[in-house]
Design a protein around this ligand. Structure first.
Ligand code: GTP
Ligand code: SPV
Ligand code: MN
Length: 610
């Protein structure tokens, strides 16, 4: 076979003056052999050119500018619609570094594998150099990265989701540390023999690797163009790599939304909440409270970095946009998101209407008579399949949400008053429980279980433990991560936020939700914050403290006492079983902190005595 000598790529944009960065870019180009290298500035003109090229190529469909100005629809390959946890690896020096909940690979072996798959992977394409800052550019708590990618969809998405471009590059050139991240969709347009092939609308590869080297703080992602697999600032950096940096530096990188809630008296509080993927973070982040006089403002909907400062915890959203689940987002469930999506949006895998707008299940009560579904096929309400993929998403800048908090891009973050942990639990878990202490709160976080959603490949509906909603996102040994949470609490002491568990998803025997959820969740937030201030009543169960019916503000809500009782029931037998399941779960780790084992023993004791 003839191999064609690689010609030096043509360079556009303004290359960096940073020698280390330039050498790394050259090294990756030598490996992946792109035809062109473009240094991204992040400018509007650059973005316009990229978007137009994607429209011309069929990667994006421009939506009707009268209905949805400056907005686009992308349709991915049906094989590339969600995170691939089975192909996500943590390559710490030793397997114990990754722990039993992560896929570990030997770093040397993985480097060889990556060298093989990345060799020539960008032939015929442009390699974009994408400098970005997680957190405001120049902020003391912010961190920098550079993603090299051959996907212009990724470039346009990173421009929405992060502070991307020359500002971040200037920080790197000033000597700030940065995380290198290499991404290829794995669909070169020319073979090693020079044989050319046509591009496709959504290039990707059946072979996928989402790889993290926590010791050298590097990310390599191959084969997928979708979401957290490809927008490397998000889960790969801001959670998996950042959790390792946070462990070493004494802070926390968390899968949490962040809000400011202001009560009718005008007093404001900050709350962070960890729920697993597609379990309501975006909804709670944009909550329109049903209690008169209350407001909730959004700081973040997916990730929070949390730092101990002077006896308190401060939190910051490192992202600049929302990559939110479309289905279920409607004028009733999330009017704020609907308002945020009026313009400047990239939609992925939703349906297209006949007048060039978008639709998904839950946007309107009645589906349109005719649509083009997420795979580009004809669709009507009797097609018997969803028009939008269950994990279809919108990508939009955070400050387009009318609820955005003025403090959302404050580089110092905000002071936390409460932390919530939640999951999707049809049974057992009451609407809200206040922890007995920080250690008990860490136990609540460590034992979150949730029915699986479409956000990752796997069996939807299956119950799995998802500690701290970080099961797919913790960059090191989960048991050590629990220990780190315990340490941070000890360090902060009295000023630590109060910890609660919540469950919006409990169902009755007919399968209906017992709690109305959405805007009504404000009633739970109200109780939580009054508990923080010591102003609300409660009763104790073996699980912790719960509101009695009279402790919640239920004015204007039709919730009968029987339903409320069912919502709050702590069933002794089920909870004895639950403690067995937790014991089994803990048994899968060889270094669970003694404090958490003691919490489990005490819980079991309380239930047995009940
Ligand atoms: P990721 O972006 O995947 O991390 O997820 P997320 O937690 O931000 O997910 P999102 O807020 O988009 O979750 C949406 C799903 O949660 C939809 O199916 C909603 O209908 C459902 N949901 C959100 N809040 C509530 C609620 O209060 N009650 C009920 N029953 N469902 C809710
Ligand atoms: C999640 O799955 O938790 C997400 C979407 O927030 S993704 O960015 O694809 O990971
Ligand atoms: Mn998420």
């Amino acid at each position: 076979m003839n191999t064609v000598a690689h010609v030096a790529p043509r360079v556009t944009g303004t290359p960096s003056t940073d020698r280390v960065l330039v050498e790394w870019v050259e090294d990756i180009a030598a490996l992946t052999e792109p035809d062109r290298i473009h240094w991204c500035s992040g400018s509007q003109e650059e973005n316009d050119v990229l978007l137009q090229a994607m429209v011309d190529r069929g990667t994006l469909i421009a939506l009707n500018p009268d209905l949805r100005p400056n907005s686009y629809l992308a349709r991915s390959e049906p094989s590339d619609v969600a995170r691939v946890e089975a192909a996500t690896f943590i390559c710490s020096e030793k397997p114990e570094g990754a722990g039993p909940t992560n896929n570990w690979r030997d770093p040397q072996e993985m480097r060889q594998t990556l060298t093989n798959v990345f060799a020539g992977a960008m032939r015929g394409r442009t390699m974009y150099v994408v400098p970005f800052s997680m957190g405001p550019v120049g902020g003391e708590l912010s961190h920098l990265g550079v993603e090299l990618t051959d996907s212009s969809y990724v470039v346009a998405s990173m421009r929405i989701m992060t502070r991307m471009g020359s500002g971040a590059l200037a920080q790197i050139e000033a000597g700030e540390p940065w995380v290198p991240a290499v991404h290829s969709v794995g669909y070169p347009l020319r073979g090693a023999d020079g044989q050319e092939r046509e591009d496709v609308a959504w290039p990707c590869n059946d072979t996928k690797y989402i790889v993290h080297f926590p010791d050298s703080r590097e990310i390599w992602s191959y084969g997928s163009g979708y979401g957290g697999n490809a927008l490397l600032g998000k889960k790969c950096f801001a959670l998996r790599i950042a959790s390792v940096i946070a462990r070493d530096e004494g802070w926390l990188a968390e899968h949490m939304l962040l809000i400011e809630a202001t009560n009718e008296a005008g007093k404001s509080y900050h709350i962070a909440a960890a729920f697993p993927s597609a379990c309501g973070k975006t909804n709670l982040a944009m909550l329109q409270p049903s209690i008169p006089g209350w407001t909730v403002r959004t700081l973040g909907d997916d990730i929070a970095w949390i730092y101990p400062r002077e006896g308190r915890l401060r939190a910051l959203n490192p992202e600049a946009g929302f990559f939110g689940v479309a289905p279920g987002t409607g004028p009733e469930t999330n009017p704020t998101a609907i308002a945020a999506l009026e313009r400047n949006v990239i939609f992925t895998n939703v349906a297209l209407t006949d007048d060039g707008d978008v639709w998904w299940e839950g946007l309107t009560k009645e589906a349109p008579d005719h649509l083009i579904d997420w795979r580009g096929r004809e669709w009507s309400p009797d097609s018997g399949r969803p028009a939008a993929h269950p994990n279809s998403r919108f990508t939009v800048r955070a400050d387009q949400a009318p609820s955005i908090a003025p403090t959302w891009d404050d580089p110092e973050g905000v002071e936390l008053d409460a932390i919530l942990f939640g999951g999707r639990r049809a049974t057992n878990v009451p609407l809200v429980t206040e922890s007995r202490s920080w250690a008990h709160g860490v136990f609540l976080g460590a034992t979150i279980a949730s029915e699986q959603t479409a956000a990752a490949e796997g069996t939807v509906g299956q119950l799995r433990r998802d500690p701290f909603a970080m099961l797919p996102f913790c960059g090191y040994n989960m048991a050590d991560y629990w220990g780190h949470w315990l340490d941070v609490g000890t360090q902060v002491g009295e000023g630590a936020p109060k910890v609660f568990s919540v469950n919006w998803f409990r169902r009755n025997s007919d399968g209906d939700f017992l709690w109305p959820g959405f805007g009504e969740n404000a009633r739970v937030i109200d109780w939580v914050l009054r508990r923080v201030d010591g102003d609300a009543g409660a009763r104790n169960s073996s699980l912790g403290a719960h509101p009695r019916r009279e402790d919640l503000d239920l004015a204007g809500l039709d919730l009968d006492p029987e339903t409320f009782a069912e919502l709050m029931t702590v069933d002794r037998k089920s909870w004895l079983m639950e403690t067995d399941l937790i014991a089994d779960f803990f048994a899968g780790f060889d270094r669970v902190p003694g404090t958490l084992l003691a919490e489990l023993a005490q819980l079991r004791n309380r239930i047995e005595r009940e």
